[in-house]
Write a new protein. Structure first.
Length: 478
């Protein structure tokens, strides 16, 4: 059978798609991929590919886009099956109500998609396939999740070759890899806890590939594309100390490329960073979220103090490891002074590249339950109806327009030494157009630094991402 993946933009390759593609190919099927915002004549190209099934991975902030795209596709290609997957589908089965959607797959989908492909090919009964969501007579049926695969190394190497035709992807000399699945923490704003609950009694949730396999995957990818730095995009890179020893023994010799990864403040100590640094660690992403301990710990469920995180940043700087932080503003009970404290903590940690988001209370998460209980949602537009990441607060806060300006200025301000008084004055001035421009310029510079790319490549990627954003906006007629 012929399977075609559609992905809206090229912000990064989807490793989930790459795994599904590889298991389908291993089972004897053919797969293809189009980045919808980069294809000029998308529907003719789909026709030319002639797929038996079209697949998307749906993220919550883009579900409206996929809903509309799915409807159009079903009108043009009524006989082609449309299949959706991804964490949003796993946690919210209501997406399967869309009548253009033939099937959805919940959870880790590699085995389910192969069984579904076989069943469609041989026209056998698919209704018992675990992880499958299907409709019959207008009713949605959600099958049980299967046991988690214990040994991740049994999966074939993810198929990233489909992305190689896109120059933006080729220009990124930092390529993403995953060394394991699962996270042991329970932050109140994150899907992890819910996914872990869903998989209770279904096997070990946190698993690693062997270090051998990780090295092999990187080296094989190096044959097709330039890689100057490896980005391990696991939720948390270090979940197993014994694994670190295995990695330490072989990575420097077999791969030897500098790498970056995500860690949490409470697992970082000098010895760990020394070992990782000897392996080539050059950058660490940390979910700081808020600079105010009360908010970080009580509201977001992240338990480390400001003193601990500042010590961690000292260790990382001592080993010349760059720090990237993820931050959130416009949280329940947060004042603009609290949000400025988040900015200041980043500056004390000497962070240059930050990501700052407006807090989004996704459905069904503990943070969201709290927001609903306290009637803190700004309007009736629930998060599931959102079309893209918001720029203004969704949770009720005082001075929402100042939060919006801080969101725009945050990545730039982190690089400055302006005092609180100047920042507060700037937040009162409605220069949003100028702030948005600064936001974009800083985004571009951060991307260039993060991916260690030339001005030309950076510009090309930036334009592709902008083209993706415009494409999505034009899709919604705005
Ligand atoms: S540490 Fe990161 S991935 Fe893990 S629960 Fe918290 S936010 Fe989610």
């Amino acid at each position: 059978m012929r399977f075609l993946f559609l992905q809206d933009t090229i912000d990064s390759e989807s490793i989930g798609v790459a795994y599904i593609s590889s298991v389908l190919e291993k089972a004897g099927h053919q797969t293809g991929l189009f980045i919808t915002s980069l294809e000029r004549d998308l529907f003719s190209k789909i026709k030319e590919f002639n797929p038996d099934a079209i697949l998307f991975s749906v993220v919550i902030t883009k579900q409206e886009y996929y809903n509309r795209l799915g409807r159009i596709l079903k009108d043009i290609f009524p006989r082609t099956r449309i299949i959706a997957g991804g964490p949003y589908i796993t946690l919210n089965h209501s997406f399967a109500k869309n009548d253009w959607l033939d099937f959805a797959i919940a959870g880790e989908g590699e085995d389910a998609i192969v069984e579904l492909a076989e069943s469609l090919q041989n026209q056998t009964d698919y209704r018992k396939i675990k992880n499958l969501i299907y409709r019959e007579g207008g009713e949605i049926f959600v099958n049980e999740l299967r046991q988690l695969r214990e040994n991740l190394d049994e999966l074939p190497l993810p198929d990233r070759r489909k992305y190689l035709k896109y120059p933006s992807f080729m220009s990124l000399s930092v390529k993403r890899f995953i060394s394991g699945r699962g996270c042991p923490y329970s932050c109140t704003f994150c899907f992890t806890r819910k996914l872990r609950d869903l998989y209770r009694d279904k096997g070990r949730y946190i698993r690693k590939h062997s270090a051998e396999r990780v090295c092999e995957e990187i080296n094989i990818m190096r044959r097709d594309a330039v890689i100057r730095r490896v980005h391990f995009s696991d939720d948390i890179f270090l979940t197993d100390r014994k694994w670190l020893e295995e990695f330490y023994d072989i990575y420097p010799e077999r791969v030897g490329l500098p790498f970056q990864c995500n860690l949490t403040a409470n697992i970082i100590d000098e010895e760990t960073i020394r070992l990782l640094s000897e392996c080539g660690l050059k950058g660490v992403g940390i979910g700081l979220e808020s600079g105010v301990e009360r908010i970080r710990s009580r509201i977001l469920g992240k338990r480390f103090t400001n003193e601990e995180i500042e010590n961690v940043s000292d260790i990382l700087h001592r080993y010349k490891v760059e720090i990237y932080t993820y931050n959130m503003i416009a949280l329940p009970d947060e004042t603009i002074d609290d949000a400025i404290e988040t900015l200041n903590l980043n500056r004390r940690m000497n962070v240059r590249i930050t990501q700052c988001n407006i807090a989004i209370p996704f459905e069904g998460l503990p943070l969201t339950d709290m927001v609903i209980e306290q009637s803190l949602l700004t309007d009736n537009t629930f998060v599931s109806e959102m079309k893209r990441r918001p720029e203004s607060p969704i949770i009720k806060v005082d001075n929402p327009e100042q939060f919006e300006r801080l969101f725009l200025l945050f990545p730039f301000m982190v690089r400055t030494r302006f005092g609180n008084n100047i920042i507060k004055k700037l937040l009162r001035i409605p220069f949003n157009f100028l702030y948005r421009l600064l936001h974009r310029i800083t985004y571009f510079l951060n991307m260039k630094r993060y991916y260690d790319i030339s001005l030309f490549s950076g510009f090309r990627i930036f334009m592709d991402i902008r083209r993706g954003e415009k494409y999505l906006r034009s899709f919604f007629g705005k």
